[in-house]
Design a protein around this ligand. Structure first.
Ligand SMILES: [Zn+2]
Length: 454
């Protein structure tokens, strides 16, 4: 979509410049003609003084003749200028302006805008918030305030922390989660294109939960990219690739573990685990079918705002295998963003953790407020027209807040810019952790993300 806007805006720029040149020329002519007829005014005034004795009617008639003469002179001047090359000048100006517009467009690189958010952590309060009086479920309210930014991006990724195993397995919260299929419908309605499913909760409901979830996606939203959890070895071995304007990006997803729960023996491919050999081979295969590789690890230490040594070691490994961008999830709080590079010229941007996208923890006390602050990674990936390199052109992050009202079901993820202290005071979070305020969240964002643009 963005590309067409570019064509339109550059063409408009060209046309505007063309019109500006033409108007400028016309204005110039008007002025030139005006200065000539100005001397005519002086003559007519002088004549006027001779005509003092004449009647008022005669004076008016003279003025009218004089005005006509001036107008004729003005038009003659313009005609003379146009014929002496002026017409060509205007035409050339217009053509030049149109060319400028086209060239500027041609030089513009193709690009992909990507956003990614963190954990959809369906605590029971969040799962219950979707229950309607007629017994049906709907979760559109959760993502409504941030929907615009998600749907505007070319590609939007979300970390589905918990399995959507359906009502038949019973909904449950911490520690072994299971939520409604309708959460998936709301994610799709919000504009997400890729759902990451390799988390420590993938097998919370065993093989059945994961398979139910995979079937739900396949039957209801086959266009959505499901990554990290697979129904067959063949699916697992097929790299997910998003392509637009000749740029192909691969997306890989792995989890550090599954909370000690076993991965079904007959489905070893069900969930992608962080194993060096597997990742190395996957990145290699991804580079054969894509220009740019994004790896999304589920890693780190919960509730810690800093990247651990373990995360840094893994990140270095991903970079050396050839990944270009790494966006992590799992700690339930935000962690910094940084460039990583080595002496061999490898380079990778890392978002260590995006925090929660939505949650309603049952915990209480200091630190609960921190879990309400999430980040939306915003990255523009472009292709250099000259050498074909696909690179990160721009990057930043948008601060988000989960608002859990003290009463009622209107849980929603909002932009921090739209959040108010009035809402904070009305929230359940404030009851659990009195730190929860706009200023607290802004300061926390600043401390962790620094001056990252949003
Ligand atoms: Zn997790």
């Amino acid at each position: 979509m963005k590309r067409y806007w570019k064509i339109i805006s550059f063409s408009l720029l060209g046309i505007t410049l063309g019109i500006a040149v033409a108007l400028g020329a016309y204005h110039f002519l008007q002025k030139e003609a005006g200065s000539v007829s100005g001397s005519g005014d002086a003559i007519s005034n002088a004549e006027g003084s001779f005509a003092d004795a004449s009647s008022e009617a005669e004076r008016l008639a003279k003025e009218s003749i004089e005005a006509e003469r001036r107008e004729e002179e003005r038009l003659n001047q313009i005609q003379v200028w146009l014929e002496s090359g002026g017409r060509a000048t205007i035409r050339e100006g217009l053509i030049k302006a149109m060319h400028f517009g086209m060239e500027t467009y041609m030089e513009a690189e193709p690009e992909i805008t990507l956003v990614m958010v963190g954990d959809v952590l369906m605590h029971m309060r969040v799962t219950n918030s979707g229950k309607k009086s007629d017994g049906t479920y709907n979760y559109d309210h959760l993502f409504e305030p941030v929907k615009e930014l998600i749907s505007e991006a070319d590609i939007a990724l979300v970390n589905q922390e918990v399995i959507m195993g359906g009502k038949e397995l019973g909904y449950s919260g911490y520690p072994r989660f299971n939520t409604a299929y309708e959460v998936g419908d709301a994610l799709v309605a919000a504009g997400f294109d890729v759902v990451l499913h390799a988390t420590n909760h993938t097998v919370d409901k065993g093989k059945e939960g994961a398979v139910n979830c995979l079937n739900y996606w396949k039957d209801n939203h086959p266009q959505i990219g499901i990554v990290g959890m697979y129904a067959s070895q063949e699916e697992r071995d097929t790299t997910y690739v998003y392509e637009k304007d000749g740029i192909r990006i691969a997306i890989l997803n792995y989890t550090y573990g599954t909370n000690g729960l076993p991965v079904p023996e007959d489905m070893p491919y069900l969930v992608n685990l962080m194993k060096e050999k597997l990742i190395k081979e996957d990145i290699k295969a991804a580079k054969e079918v894509a220009d740019f590789v994004i790896i999304c690890p589920h890693w780190g230490t919960e509730y810690v705002h800093k990247a651990t040594k373990n995360q840094r070691n893994w990140a270095k490994f991903f970079m050396e295998c050839g990944a270009d961008l790494c966006i992590g999830t799992h700690p339930h709080v935000i962690e910094p963003v940084e460039w990583m590079e080595n002496e061999e010229g490898d380079r990778m941007l890392v978002y260590y953790s995006l925090g929660n996208f939505v949650n309603s923890t049952a915990s209480t006390g200091e630190g609960v407020a921190n879990r309400m602050l999430g980040a939306m990674a915003t990255v523009t990936i472009a292709k250099d027209r000259k050498d074909g390199t696909v690179y990160i052109k721009e990057y930043g992050a948008e601060p988000l807040v989960t608002y859990v009202p003290n009463s009622g079901k209107a849980i929603a993820t909002m932009h921090l810019d739209d959040f108010t202290d009035e809402l904070a005071l009305k929230s359940m979070t404030y009851q659990k952790d009195a730190n929860f305020s706009v200023e607290f969240l802004q300061q926390l964002w600043q401390e962790v993300m620094g001056n990252l643009p949003n």
